[in-house]
Design a protein around this ligand. Structure first.
Ligand code: FEO
Ligand code: CA
Ligand code: CA
Ligand code: CA
Length: 592
């Protein structure tokens, strides 16, 4: 009814039906082509993918597993040629390798893992830089590009910022605390205005075996980040650095934002410790009124926080080299959302307020290493799992995806997290004071409470213009297109075995249509929707289909032998393969 004379939403594509089957679906009039799949050879001479003869050596030359963040860096300002930067967040042993089974629904480390399989996994983690070019309206991979790069869990990286060189980061491998092998569990990320890739380490705790004693220096720290002796990965069985009883400081070397220069394949990735250590979802960015660089960051955990980092230096758009290390110097903040619709960014600076030596913060290194504990002391607002945060360059508003929090009890609700047992999540909209991303204060409101609006008990608040296909739950990643419109990707929109696959929805944020949502794309069974990323002209949308075929149903586990789908190849014996999909409008033009 609300679709009458005045359009409720600026999105004029015809929405798809919510549902689930073995393949992906996009709105009529659009193409959604698979561009890059797990195992695709990236370098000249790299071996073709064969899941039965896979080795770590081959995997290092091939596209990695579980693509999550996708970014695009144009080459020479071209709209038709650029570098795709892609995170490979984690691995699904049960879908990658024959005969492997999850031991229980808690994803305890796999019993059947061998050293060689672990090394394949480590090579399938990290990220990829791939040059792509557009011809005749279609994108393809440039096979012999000088920019091609694989980053893995073994790639040498430099530690920068206040924690660099600190004794809490020193190990037997790196007695200086300045270099670390690899990045792991890289979830979302960002592309800076100077063309570097920010890639964010998230659930790094799940890789570490063992526990430290209660009186160990890191006991509180590791408890707060979740190193509990029940890892998801088998790595610690074969690699001592992933066992805290053998290498007690190694976990402090993960959980950072990593900056990578895709223009220089020989460059050393840098872990930017000034931006804090927690379960980084992403690194959305904006410029302050005076030209400093601002990064919004979610810490994806129930009852954890939204952060913001503001550089000391201004971004130099005329001289790229001047931005090389500006992320090493600035102020990390954490958000407090007050009941009156106001909020405040609180400074996480050693020596200020409770961040004293008496509380375990002797230097800024201690503050960034234990950013969560520092934020606890400042009284930051405990949120319902902060995922992606994006700033809208057209309106100056900032959107925070809060994916869900089934553990919030009725006596724990607050204005910014108003639902107990929040199964479907919600989205908070922040309006920085004076439109300045570096301002201390902001106004905020809830844009939408997610879930099925036809079930009153759910309490969803999509506008009435939203159809039965248009609602979603579990907002995770998001993107703002060049027209300033918000697109939302979901993770766990319904239990994986039920009738609604994850996908991409277009959510109107302005005018009469505010809160109207439409379904644009959906993933195959068992997958999560990641990306999304628009090119500057809105003619191309990159999406990442992560873990197709995964199952959380113990009675019907997704396995190599019998996956829920064999997307995207659909060949007997070929497992499902996480892949990057390119969406374009048939006949060309901006995605509408
Ligand atoms: Fe890797 Fe918070 O999703
Ligand atoms: Ca994910
Ligand atoms: Ca995510
Ligand atoms: Ca998620």
């Amino acid at each position: 009814a609300a679709w009458a004379a005045e359009p409720a939403s600026r999105f004029d594509f015809e929405e798809i039906e919510a549902g689930i089957d073995e393949t992906h679906h996009v709105a009529d009039g659009y193409d959604a082509d698979v561009l890059l799949r797990w195992g695709d050879p990236l370098f000249p001479g790299a071996p073709a993918f064969d899941p039965l003869t896979q080795t770590a050596e081959k995997q290092r030359l091939q596209f990695g597993y579980n693509n999550d963040f996708v970014g695009f860096v144009p080459l020479d300002g071209s709209a038709d040629r650029g570098l795709l930067v892609v995170n490979h967040e984690y691995t699904n042993e049960e879908l990658m390798f024959p005969g492997l089974r999850r031991q229980d629904s808690k994803q305890a480390a796999f019993a059947g893992m061998t050293r060689e399989l672990v090394d394949i996994e480590m090579a399938a983690h990290g990220g990829s830089v791939v040059e792509i070019a557009r011809a005749g309206g279609k994108w393809s991979v440039v096979a012999d590009s000088r920019y091609t790069r694989r980053i893995t869990a073994e790639t040498e990286m430099a530690i920068h910022g206040p924690a660099a060189g600190h004794e809490r980061l020193r190990t037997s491998y790196d007695t200086e605390g300045r270099s670390v092998r690899g990045m792991i569990n890289n979830c979302a990320g960002g592309v800076t205005p100077w063309g570097t890739w920010l890639t964010c380490e998230e659930n790094t705790n799940n890789y570490f075996w063992g526990e430290v004693a209660d009186d160990h220096r890191e006991a509180k720290n590791y408890k707060r980040i979740g190193i509990t002796g029940s890892p998801w990965q088998a790595w610690g069985r074969f690699h001592e650095r992933f066992d805290v009883t053998k290498e007690p400081n190694e976990p402090n070397r993960f959980g950072w934002v990593v900056e990578i220069d895709p223009m220089d394949p020989a460059s050393t990735p840098k872990k930017r410790t000034a931006m804090g250590r927690f379960k980084h979802e992403g690194a959305a960015n904006a410029l302050s009124a005076d030209g400093r660089f601002v990064v919004y960051q979610g810490d994806d955990e129930r009852f954890d926080y939204v952060y913001r980092f503001v550089t000391t230096a201004k971004v130099d758009m005329a001289n790229r080299a001047n931005n090389a290390d500006i992320l090493d110097d600035g102020v990390l903040h954490v958000a407090r959302f007050d009941a009156d619709g106001r909020g405040r960014w609180m400074r996480l600076v050693q020596g200020e307020g409770p961040l004293t030596p008496a509380n375990g913060f002797a230097s800024q290194a201690d503050v960034v290493i234990e950013a969560r504990r520092a934020a606890d002391l400042l009284g930051a607002t405990k949120m319902d799992r902060p995922e992606d945060v994006e700033a809208n360059p057209k309106t100056g508003k900032v959107y925070v995806m809060l994916t869900n929090n089934s553990k919030r009890k009725a006596d724990q609700v607050d204005a910014a997290n108003p639902r107990p047992e929040n199964a479907f999540g919600h989205i908070v909209e922040i309006s920085p004071d004076g439109g300045d991303h570096a301002a201390e204060g902001f106004a905020w409101e809830i844009l939408v409470k997610c879930g099925d609006p036809s079930i009153a008990a759910v309490g969803a608040t999509f506008s009435s213009a939203t159809s039965a296909n248009g609602w979603f739950g579990m907002p995770d990643n998001c993107a703002v297109d060049a027209q300033g419109r918000l697109w939302i990707a979901t993770d766990g929109n319904g239990p994986k075995s039920t009738s609604r696959a994850d996908g991409l929805w277009a959510l109107e944020t302005e005018g009469a249509g505010r809160g109207a949502s439409k379904h644009f794309f959906r993933v195959p069974a068992g997958a999560e929707m990641c990306g999304p990323y628009f090119t500057a002209d809105d003619t191309t949308l990159f999406l990442a289909v992560q873990h197709p075929g995964e199952s959380d149903d113990d009675k019907a586990p997704g396995t190599f032998e019998a996956p829920a789908t064999r997307w995207p190849d659909f060949k007997p014996g070929m497992p499902p393969r996480p892949a990057v999909v390119v969406v374009t409008k048939r006949g060309g033009g901006a995605i509408a």
